[in-house]
Design a protein around this ligand. Structure first.
Ligand code: NAD
Length: 436
């Protein structure tokens, strides 16, 4: 992001993901020379639902949870995006996440628009029964605006394939027909895709490989640090380790594990599964989030939540590649500092798009009833990530803009092309043809 753009955000907007994504959208519209109508159509979600979701708790009382679903655009297809269960979920965060999904799916060339959902809840405080009733109630409240051709939820922070299984069952119960394509990230037995569980992490590692190739960095023997050890961070650490990258540090919300000559990631995966945290892993030292993100190593992967790489972290950063596995992990000020330091950023909307890509494969398999092998899924994912990286990198070189700006330009150009083709913006306001 340009320095001027970053400065234009005033406190408290500097960490508000919606303001940040709107700024990036506006910048891309201007750099592409598109009509201002494109910004006007895309700056807010097309539809935003806020619901109060009542759930019968185990003690017999009812508790109503605040829930959201944001459907950003359907210009390129049905909207698609995960559901987040977290106490810090806000309306603006969910809106921003839905916009990131639009841009992510556009970069990858998937026939979707962006959506996102969220529930304000700390799921660790719910019993399994309460969690199941909450998942079902969420679908119950939103069923009219969901469906395989309308809006397709998936997992995100604190939601997993077990929760997708309950949601899928609830959706089918309500519409009274089999509809596996209504949600993705489901258990295999309900029509889930092979390779979906680790798809986001696999995509992150594919993007790192593409970046390393272009920077002349050999991955075998390179060093890395990963923030967050959930679905995305865990898979990323495991796949980097399998490639011969020494993962020096990982952490989660409870604490960290640091070993200067590299962690035994397979043993750490087992440890974290048994203990629920990486903290205290034998032979490792604790490490704070700030220390991890500023560790001297080749690759840093923020894979937790938004706004982790702020100005202070960016000042201290000593990596060559920042691979944004999380959505929105870098603040605009952090971004500007990293850019000035010459750190190569793989922007979130490119870096973590492997998850939605395999969700798309899952939906295709559900719609056709023909199921693929894990090798087929992984090969198709590699091809998609390679092409997407090449498109963004080409824009970065040709237009001499940073990788994040380039990613937005590729994405917004494609969405604008669909808006023009639908007649939502006047075709003559399109100054260029984004793709042949
Ligand atoms: P998850 O719930 O499986 O894991 C989140 C991890 O982050 C946990 O290990 C948690 O302990 C850790 N964490 C939370 N706060 C932290 C903090 N302050 N410091 C360090 N660690 C912290 O969630 P996930 O699915 O792995 O999602 C992680 C990020 O990746 C999110 O930004 C999400 O939107 C993004 N993402 C997820 C997917 C997907 O397919 N699951 C796809 C694309 C992007």
């Amino acid at each position: 992001m340009s320095g001027k753009a970053a400065q234009s955000l005033k406190e408290p907007d500097r960490t508000n993901p919606l303001r940040i994504v709107q700024l990036l959208l506006r910048q891309a519209v201007e750099l592409l020379g598109l009509d201002a109508d494109v910004y006007e159509i895309l700056r807010e979600p097309r539809r935003f639902v806020e619901a109060s979701v009542p759930v019968r708790m185990d003690d017999g009382r009812v508790r109503a949870f605040t829930a959201y679903r944001s459907q950003h655009t359907n210009a390129l297809g049905p909207s698609k995006g995960g559901v987040r269960f977290h106490p810090g979920v806000t309306a603006d965060e969910v809106k921003a996440l839905s916009m990131w999904m639009t841009f992510k799916t556009a970069i990858l060339g998937l026939p979707y628009g962006g959506a996102k959902g969220g529930v304000v809840v700390d799921p660790r405080r719910l019993t399994s029964g309460e969690l199941e009733r909450l998942a079902r109630a969420y679908v119950d409240q939103l069923v009219e605006v969901l469906g395989p051709d309308v809006d397709i939820p998936a997992p995100d922070v604190n939601t997993d394939e077990r929760i997708m299984g309950w949601m899928s069952d609830e959706y089918e119960r309500l519409v009274r027909r089999h509809a596996p394509g209504a949600l993705t990230g489901k258990p295999l037995v309900l029509g889930g895709s092979r390779g979906r569980r680790e798809a986001t992490g696999r995509g992150v590692v594919l993007a790192i490989k593409e970046a390393a190739d272009r920077l002349g960095l050999r991955l075998r023997g390179a060093t890395a640090a990963v923030q967050g050890f959930g679905n995305v961070g865990g898979a990323t650490a495991r796949l980097l380790h399998a490639l011969g990258v020494r993962v020096l540090a990982v952490d989660d919300v409870e604490g960290g594990a640091y070993r200067p000559d590299g962690l035994d990631i397979p043993a750490l995966v087992d440890y974290a599964r048994a203990r629920g945290t990486v903290k205290g892993f034998p032979g490792s030292a604790d490490i704070s989030a700030q220390e991890l993100l500023t560790l001297e190593c080749d690759i840093v992967v923020p894979a937790a939540l938004e706004n982790q790489v702020d100005a202070e972290v960016a000042e201290g950063a000593r990596c060559r590649i920042l691979a944004e596995a999380a959505n929105g992990p870098t603040t605009p000020e952090g971004d500007e500092i990293l850019d000035a330091k010459g750190i190569f950023i793989i922007p979130d909307i490119l870096c973590n798009a492997g998850g939605v890509t395999v969700s798309y494969f899952e939906w295709v398999q559900n719609q056709t009833g023909l199921y693929w092998t894990e090798e087929e899924v992984n090969e198709r994912l590699s091809a998609k990530m390679r092409d997407a990286f090449a498109d963004v990198f080409r824009m970065h070189l040709e237009r001499r803009v940073d990788m994040r700006t380039a990613a937005y330009m590729v994405a917004v150009g494609r969405v604008a092309e669909a808006l023009a083709a639908r007649g939502w913006i006047a075709p003559w306001t399109m100054p260029f043809k984004p793709r042949a």
